[in-house]
Write a protein that binds this ligand. Structure first.
Ligand code: LLP
Length: 433
């Protein structure tokens, strides 16, 4: 990716900052986030809407991919909204003074506490997953004397066998509700004082790399909008097509052509609006990894190097505790030596392993690298998404530090955990009761 360069000494630079310098300053494993890349990714999405002249849209970044207070600040300055799925993500947003009217609260089983927290703080939109939740939101809104803006999450029934990577929108999904249930609920609240129905939402899955499923979703949405208008007279003004825009974590994966995908979505929305004489709806997208994936590079220091009969292991000072994606999904990454990238001699097949006590803790099953020495710095690009946010303290490993880089400058935005973090929630001398 364009922000990664090899300088004249063969050292990897990320947005103009030497990786070796970052490793010395902040230690490893280190997650390096490039602010320029984040903003570029956002701009690329905005540009599609702008060049199609579709001004009625909102980008709600899916926090689950990665969230901290500094990212909230960047998103806010880009006028990007936030999709959250828990009290924890809400807390980070509130703490960062993120504009509450730009928060979308999603989730298939929000707790009562979370809903109260969201509504008391006027979190902008609640995406309703099911009927019980709907009743509960109505009750809490009434008690707090609020008018809550809601969306319905529907199960779009988008055929999973034509697009096998679609895993959240199929018939028996644990997310959302069938169309008929939604219709019933809309009929029951046509004139509610405490709820304002803004639109419908669906998320068809993640790592989708073509436009068709999104276009199909728009068709489904318009069928639904029409049906709602026909049966209840309600004209819903917004549709939220979720996220899932695929990225390439390595050359083994193909990223979506986002220009084409969103352009096709907009075309379909325009076509169907005019066909059905339906007012052009506001279009909401919820990209997560598309915004953060290639902005992140993880730096590791090489520890043990070990030869077995058929393999050569390069063991780094991290692994599944800071990036569980290879172990959990078989995700494929690429690595290169960051401190002496010019060296292209003695290429050999190696396995990049983590140091957790699990045979499955392999970051890269097989790759070709010049001969590595213990102490070398290894970089794995495109690790901004679902790495830190899914990290754990397994084996007592400490969560990495996160540093933001921008055109030759760097700053620490999340400190590395310290051993004390591992015990400070433990209670010593606790009394039996
Ligand atoms: N909106 C909703 C309602 C979602 O459930 C998700 C992701 C997104 C947006 C954002 O999807 P993205 O644009 O980031 O693909 N841990 C997995 C990914 C799980 C995604 C779950 N939902 C991984 O590391 O591949």
């Amino acid at each position: 990716t364009g922000n990664l360069k090899i300088d004249k000494d063969g050292v990897l630079e990320i947005s103009g900052v030497k990786s070796t310098h970052l490793a010395n300053e902040y230690g490893t494993p280190l997650l390096v986030l490039d602010e320029i890349k984040i903003r570029e990714n956002i701009k690329r999405i905005k540009n599609v809407f702008d060049s199609a002249d579709y001004t009625n849209y909102e980008i709600a970044y899916a926090s689950k991919a990665f969230l901290n207070t500094e990212l909230c600040r960047i998103l806010q300055s880009e006028n990007v909204s936030l999709e959250v799925v828990s009290g924890g993500e809400l807390y980070i947003a509130f703490h960062s003074s993120f504009p509450v009217n730009k928060i979308f609260f999603n989730g298939n089983s929000k707790t009562n506490e979370e809903l109260v927290m969201a509504l008391e703080n006027d979190a902008g939109h609640i995406i309703v997953d099911n009927e019980d939740e709907f009743r509960n939101i109505e009750k809490i809104s009434k008690r707090l004397r609020k008018k809550t803006k809601i969306y319905f999450r529907v199960i779009p029934n988008i055929s999973p066998d034509t697009h096998k990577y679609i895993s959240t929108g199929q018939k028996n999904s644990k997310f959302g509700m069938p169309f008929d249930d939604m219709l019933k609920l809309i009929k029951s609240i046509k004139n509610s004082e405490n709820l304002e129905i803004k639109g419908i939402h669906a998320h068809i899955g993640s790592q989708i790399n073509e436009a068709e499923p999104y276009v199909e979703l728009v068709k489904t949405f318009f069928d639904l909008l029409n049906k709602i208008r026909g049966e209840t007279g309600v004209v819903l003004p917004e549709i939220d097509i979720g996220g899932g825009f695929g990225v390439a974590h390595s050359t083994f994966e193909k990223a979506i052509d986002i220009q084409n995908a969103i352009k096709r979505v907009i075309q379909e929305v325009r076509f169907l609006s005019s066909k059905f004489h339906y007012p052009s709806p506001k279009l909401i997208v919820e990209p997560g990894r598309y915004i953060i994936s290639n902005a992140g590079t993880t730096l590791y220091t090489v520890g043990t190097i070990k030869k077995t009969e058929n393999k050569k292991y390069i063991v780094v000072d991290g692994g599944m505790a800071d990036n569980i994606r290879p172990a959990l999904y078989g995700a494929k990454y690429e690595a290169f030596i960051a401190n002496r990238s010019k060296d292209k001699t003695n290429l050999e097949k190696v396995t990049i392993a983590g140091r957790a006590c699990e045979s499955g803790d392999i970051l890269i099953e097989e790759t070709c690298l010049p001969e590595i020495k213990s102490g070398d710095l290894l970089a794995i690009p495109s690790t901004g998404d679902y790495t830190y946010s899914m990290s754990s303290n397994y084996n007592g490993f400490l969560k990495p530090a996160i540093v933001l880089v921008n055109n030759g400058k760097h700053k620490l935005i999340t400190r590395r955990e310290i051993y004390d973090d591992l015990i400070k929630r433990n209670i010593e001398n606790s009394e039996w009761r």
